[in-house]
Structures are given as structure tokens and as C-alpha cells.
Design a protein around this ligand. Structure first.
Ligand SMILES: Nc1ncnc2c1ncn2[C@@H]1O[C@H](COP(=O)(O)OP(=O)(O)OP(=O)(O)O)[C@@H](O)[C@H]1O
Length: 713
């Protein structure tokens, strides 16, 4: 994707109900107006208080027995300017600081923080990673534990023994490599023999040693992505530059819901040494797959750990940790011939997320021992690497309970942090203008570019970003497929072989004919030639994977998505996030906007708010998140063509009418189909759903095929 990539976020209804304790009062209000159904259609939902006294709702006439909506978009609107104190500051442009999630600019190197030279060379070649980011610089030496050699970090206190760790760093700061590199480095070194002598640390381990490391992720897409990075790291050539030889036994793998369970079992039986999984499926295998060997487990990583703690995951997680504790209990270093002194003696647990705060306290009690807290932000490395408690560890369950009791007040408190270089804005818009405002914003993202007003684009080039004129360095046609892509395609193939799959709720769904790879579609004249994609939990898994892959690879496009795409997904060239609904949980805000401005790149994020949602800004402000206002009128100018001059009302009204006509026509068509023209039972009236799906449905239906799965009858 180049810089024309956008992601739209639509809050799933369940997400609206989660309210953070520390901002309870304000978020309760927020949840109240959100759940009050105060959105989104142009007519009935507008709050009475938003209208000037004495005015009526916009017209909904009944003609020929059918409702006919006549939009009056620009009358009866709340007086936004009076309501929004920030609008008067709109002209003051905030200057953005230097990127906060980019690789470091000092002399630190990956080798300098303890990564093997062959692995560094390989990583630079395959991933373009030359210098570590701040979180990698701080965390990798600690996670390498006693296996590290020649670490040159003078401002961080590195414990001598292996410790559990909580890793918190901004979105797009390279947390995946932060936790994967130490594991891979230790596994690779343990299977490396020097040319001249036998490496004392090398192990006779082979694939059948079973699972040594488990990485848990909340979504299947993220699991697949992590697997891709893992595959890339492990594709290190067997002979190093210094004549060292490596035995190739380390097998990575993935088990996720929606994938073929039988083949997963077979793979686990043969041995998956580094396993990436979603919680439900992992628990299923732990309980039901007898040949799943985890006795030698050394690493447990919880990626997006705070999400894994959310309702629905927490119990599963506790059960997983209990089973792992039971099945690895009593194992001591050296009890099995596969052991290596380069691996942790007992299981090391690592928690990662951009938004770890209070949540870590609960989880630390159940799954961490004597953890260190490592932050990617902040000036002082040492201060950011904080021991949650300094008592020496007592292994085993008892020790963990003690930790729970004594740690809770020691975890560093920090505000949510987003990348410095991310430009955040909000648009305060009446409900009835939202859809046209969205269309206008999307249009201005693409159409102005096509007309040459924005001809620059950005591309990752080693450890710096070079601005390139359009035309130079075009996406290579027929470019060699990346290892990540290859892995994901394999996963996808396995999914397609499966006759039935599960949706995100674990329910079986059909893999119907509509499950063919979805074709992107375009919004006729509003967004000419712009491919649109959609990603949400109601799609069958094969579609989800395909959409993810296609959007990653597409040169341009818009992804309409729910929070299923909010966490962890690395879509490196996405330049704008539009949140059509405000998330009730601020963590989600941070993760959603974090799909852009990754690894030092620029990015923009815009939040749509109703006039009645103004207090959301206070909630953001409390976290020092201060998006700048953008007037809805300037957004609507995106619909204006030269012929219209400055009149945005005419094209906006025309577009809204087109949307509404479509909805009415569609309803009529559906009624006829259901009725079958035989005077059967009166069809159910379809509500004009004001939610995101309504919006997507409108836009997509106007222009082409949709990608929604058929629901099982
Ligand atoms: N040191 C580095 N140099 C260059 N690229 C890097 C480096 N570290 C990571 N990357 C790349 O940066 C991108 C973002 O990394 P990653 O997805 O791990 O971020 P993250 O911190 O986990 O983000 P999120 O919180 O959104 O999950 C990836 O494409 C990754 O390959």
C-alpha cells in the first residue's frame, strides 16, 4: 500500500459498553448517549436539544404507502460553533514533534544489544531493520537474560537472571521484534556449532522437543502476522558468515480458531517449537490434543495483553496458565537432554501492549513472577525499566499469589501515549451530515491527490524515510512475495480446504460460495477507482485472511473495519485513520489511531463526534490526547467540484438523497423478494439501521458487489 491507504473504524456495539474505572463518570455519560441510540440517521435520531427551539424534524413523508425521506441537511442543525470551544482555535496549527516510535538515531546497533551477527544481517536483509527502536534497545538485553554476550548498554540496569517482563511501548514501535528476537536468538544460538570447536551451549534438541515458546494474540489476523515475522527470522541460512553451522530443527506454527483443527493436531504431534495462537484454540488443544507436548515450554508471550484480559478472554487465559503451570511443574534445568543453558530455566512470561496500565496489575498476579516493567517512551532508560517489586522470586503458584498481593501499587502509572508525529483531528458533525461528511473526507483523500495536489508519497528506506515523487519507485509489479505473505497464503489455503469454519464467537459458519476472495469495489463517482475492503468478525475466516492480505498488498484503497483490525495489525503505509464512531474504551482509541504513523512514519487520524458527544474530548484531554478541530464545512468541501464553486450544500444534499433513495429502493426490493409476489406473510419492515453497516452497505451497494457472508439458515 502506498500513502493512499486508509482505515475506517466502526465501533462494534459491545465495545461501547466498556467503561474505564478511572474515567468512570465521563465515560458513563458517553456510554449513555451512545447506547441511547442517539445516532446516526439524518432524521429521527437528532437530539431535540440539538435543534433550535420550535423547529420540526426534517421531513419524512409517506407517499404511496412508503416512507420517502427528504433530506434537509443544512437546516435544523445544532449550532456547532457555539458548542465547540475549540473551533475558534482551529486556525492555530500545532506543530508535531519528532517521531517517537522510530529507530534510535544514536550509535546503538542490534549487535550491540546482544543479537547474533548472522541474525542481524538476515534481519537487515529481510526486514530492513538496521537500528533498534527505543523499546527494542531497552527490552532486548533484558529478555536475552544470561544468554546475552557483549551487551553495551550503559543506562539500563540489566538483571543477571531471566525475569518476567511487562513491555509497554507506543503502537508501531516494533514490539513484535522486541519479544521475538530474544527467543529466536536464544534458540538459534543453541543450535549453532562453531566451525573450529563444539559450542558448549549447543543442544541436541530436535523438533520433537515440543513447544518451547507460545505467543498468544487476541485476533487471528495478528497471529498470522506474528507467524509471518517469525518465519522470516527463522529462515536464516544454515551457514553463517563466520563458518558456524546451525542445525535446522526449529519449526514455527500457528493454531487459530477458524482454521482446520485436524491438520493443526497433526502439526502439533510432529512438533511446533514456536507456536502462535489465539487463546480459545490454544486452550482447546491443551485440553484435547494429547500429543501436544508443552513440558519443555520456556516462553509465554501475551501480545496485546490488556486485550487478552478483556471479558471473554480472561477466564480462558487463567485456564491456559493453570494448565501450563501443572504440566511444566517440577521441571528443572538439565532434567532433559534437550535442555540448553541458553534458554530460561523456567518459563519466562512477557506481556506486551501499547496500553498496559492497571490491567497489568491483575494479570501480573496470575501469570508473572517478579516482573520488570519496560517502557519505550520517556527519556530515562533506567527509570523506564522498573522492577515491579524487588523481592527475589519464589517459583510456583504460591509465589505468584504473593506477587499478586504485594505488587499492585508498584506498577508505574502512565497516560496513554500515541506517536508524537501522529496528527490527530476531530470533526464535530450533526448526525445527519455524518455519512456525507465521511464520503467527502474520503473523496478529498483521493481525488485531490489524483488531480496532483498531493503528489508526494513516503516509503521505508533502511533507517530513514525518503520522500519520493510519484512515478519514482512505483510498487514493483510482479515483486517477489514476502515470507509473511507466503505464510499467510498457506494459512489461507488450509482454511479454504476446511468445509466449515468458526466465526469470532466460535460458532460454526458456512464457507459458502460467496467465500471466494472478495473483489474490492469502488464508490462510483464519489471515489472513482478506489478499491474498498471490509474486515469484521462476521466474515468467514478465509475471507478475513484474504481481505487482510489484499489490503496489505494493494497500492491504494480504503479498509472499512471494526475493532477486529484495531490491534496489532501492521499495515505499514496506511496514512489516515477515520473513526466514524468514538470507541467507549480509550485503549481502543489508542490502538485504532496506531494503525498509522508507524515506526516513525507520518500519519493522520480523524475522529467523528456528534455535538452530544463533546465530552469525549475531555476524556481524551485527561490523557493528554488533544485532537485539533476540523470544521464539518471544510470537510464537506471535499465534495465540491470546480463547477460548484464553494457550494458544498448542493453536492452534499444530492449525495445524501442518493443514499436515501438507495435505501428505500433496496427495502422495496427486499420486501418483494420475501413476499414472492404471492400475497404471503407480510414481510418484516427493515429498520433503517444507522450503524456502520448501514453506511458501508449504502456505499458499497451503490457501486458493486459486497463481501458479506451468507448467514446459515
Ligand atoms: N528496528 C526496526 N527497524 C525497522 N523496522 C522495524 C524495526 N522494528 C520493527 N520494525 C517494523 O516496524 C513495523 C511495526 O512493528 P510492530 O508491528 O512490531 O509494532 P508494534 O509496536 O507491535 O505495534 P502495535 O502496538 O500496533 O502492535 C513492522 O513492519 C516491523 O517489521
Amino acid at each position: 500500500m502506498d500513502d493512499d491507504g486508509l482505515i475506517m473504524n466502526f465501533a462494534p456495539s459491545s465495545g461501547r459498553l466498556r467503561v474505564k474505572k478511572n474515567i468512570q463518570r465521563k465515560e458513563r455519560k458517553l456510554a449513555a448517549f451512545v447506547s441511547a441510540g442517539g445516532r446516526r440517521t439524518s432524521d429521527v435520531r437528532e437530539k431535540q436539544s440539538d435543534r433550535p427551539v420550535g423547529t420540526a424534524t426534517p421531513a419524512t413523508k409517506v407517499m404511496h404507502g412508503k416512507p420517502q425521506v427528504i433530506s434537509s441537511l443544512f437546516s435544523y442543525n445544532p449550532e456547532i460553533r457555539k458548542k465547540d470551544p475549540a473551533v475558534k482555535d482551529a486556525t492555530k496549527k500545532k506543530s508535531l514533534s519528532a517521531p517517537s516510535n522510530a529507530p534510535v538515531s544514536d550509535t546503538t546497533t542490534f549487535q550491540g544489544i546482544g543479537i547474533d551477527s548472522d541474525l542481524v544481517a538476515h534481519m537487515t536483509d529481510k526486514l530492513g531493520a538496521q537500528k533498534p527502536t527505543q523499546i527494542q534497545r531497552r527490552a532486548i538485553p533484558i529478555l536475552l537474560g544470561p544468554s546475552r554476550r557483549q551487551v553495551v548498554i550503559d543506562d539500563i540496569e540489566v538483571p543477571d537472571e531471566d525475569v518476567d517482563a511487562v513491555v509497554q511501548a507506543e503502537t508501531g514501535s516494533g514490539k513484535t521484534l522486541t519479544y521475538l528476537l530474544p527467543i529466536v536468538n536464544r534458540l538459534i544460538l543453541s543450535s549453532t556449532t562453531d566451525a573450529s570447536s563444539t559450542n558448549a551451549s549447543s543442544t541436541s534438541a530436535k523438533r520433537s522437543v515440543g513447544t518451547l515458546a507460545i505467543v498468544l494474540t487476541p485476533t487471528r489476523e495478528l497471529a498470522q502476522q506474528v507467524l509471518g515475522v517469525l518465519q522470516t527470522l527463522l529462515s536464516l541460512p544454515p551457514c553463517g558468515t563466520t563458518g558456524r553451522r546451525r542445525s535446522h530443527w526449529i519449526v514455527p506454527g500457528v493454531v487459530i480458531g477458524g482454521d482446520k483443527k485436524k491438520s493443526e493436531k497433526a502439526r502439533l504431534r510432529k512438533g511446533v517449537n514456536v507456536l502462535v495462537s489465539t487463546p480459545g484454540r490454544l486452550l482447546d488443544h491443551l485440553q484435547n490434543t494429547k500429543s501436544f507436548e508443552i513440558e519443555n515450554l520456556r516462553w509465554l508471550v501475551l501480545d496485546e495483553a490488556d486485550r487478552l484480559l478483556d471479558l471473554g478472554f480472561e477466564e480462558t487465559l487463567r485456564s491456559i496458565v493453570t494448565i501450563l503451570d501443572e504440566r511444566t511443574a517440577g521441571r528443572g534445568r538439565g532434567t532433559r537432554h534437550e535442555d540448553s543453558d541458553l534458554w530460561p530455566g523456567t518459563r519466562q512470561t512477557v506481556l506486551c501492549s501499547a496500553t498496559l496500565r492497571e490491567d497489568v496489575r491483575r494479570l501480573a498476579g496470575t501469570s508473572l513472577r517478579n516482573p520488570v516493567f519496560i517502557r519505550g517512551q520517556g527519556e530515562e532508560g533506567v527509570a523506564s525499566v522498573k522492577r515491579l517489586h524487588d523481592r527475589s522470586d519464589t517459583a510456583g503458584k504460591k509465589g505468584r499469589e504473593d506477587v499478586n498481593a504485594m505488587d499492585v501499587d508498584d506498577a508505574p502509572e502512565a497516560k496513554f501515549s500515541t506517536p508524537n508525529q501522529l496528527k490527530q483531528t476531530y470533526v464535530l458533525t450533526p448526525a445527519k451530515l455524518r455519512l456525507v461528511a465521511l464520503a467527502a473526507m474520503l473523496r478529498s483523500c483521493f481525488v485531490t491527490r489524483q488531480s496532483g495536489m498531493e503528489s508526494k508519497r513516503k516509503r521505508w528506506a533502511g533507517d530513514s524515510y525518503e520522500e519520493e515523487e510519484d512515478g519514482e519507485n512505483e510498487e514493483d509489479e510482479g515483486e517477489e512475495e514476502s515470507p509473511e505473505h507466503r505464510v499467510l497464503r498457506e494459512v489461507l489455503k488450509a482454511q479454504k480446504d476446511e468445509p466449515t469454519a468458526q466465526n469470532s464467537n466460535g460458532k460454526k459458519v458456512d464457507q459458502p460460495d460467496a467465500q471466494l476472495p472478495p473483489k474490492p469495489f469502488a464508490i462510483g463517482t464519489v471515489l472513482p477507482d478506489v478499491p474498498l475492503y471490509r474486515l469484521h468478525g462476521e466474515l468467514a475466516q478465509s475471507i478475513r485472511t484474504q481481505v487482510y492480505l489484499d489490503f496489505r498488498k494493494a497500492a491504494t484503497g480504503v479498509l472499512f473495519c471494526t475493532d477486529v483490525a484495531a490491534r496489532g495489525l501492521d499495515l505499514p503505509d496506511v496514512t489516515r485513520i477515520i473513526q466514524y464512531d468514538a470507541p467507549a474504551d480509550l485503549k481502543d482509541y489508542v490502538h485504532r489511531v496506531g494503525r498509522t504513523a508507524r515506526l516513525g512514519r507520518q500519519g493522520q487520524a480523524t475522529l467523528f463526534l456528534l455535538p452530544s458527544e463533546m465530552e469525549y474530548l475531555d476524556v481524551l484531554k485527561a490523557q493528554e490526547l488533544k485532537p485539533e478541530p476540523v470544521k464539518v464545512e471544510s470537510v464537506l468541501m471535499g465534495l465540491v467540484s470546480e463547477a460548484n464553486g464553494k457550494d458544498f450544500q448542493t453536492p452534499a444534499t444530492e449525495l445524501q438523497n442518493t443514499f436515501e433513495r438507495y435505501v428505500l429502493a433496496d427495502e422495496k426490493k427486499r420486501d418483494e423478494e420475501k413476499d414472492g409476489g404471492k400475497g404471503g406473510k407480510a414481510p418484516k419492515k427493515r429498520k433503517l439501521d444507522p450503524s456502520a453497516e448501514f453506511a458501508i452497505g449504502d456505499l458499497s451497494k451503490m457501486v458493486g458487489p459486497t463481501t458479506r457472508k451468507k448467514t446459515r439458515k
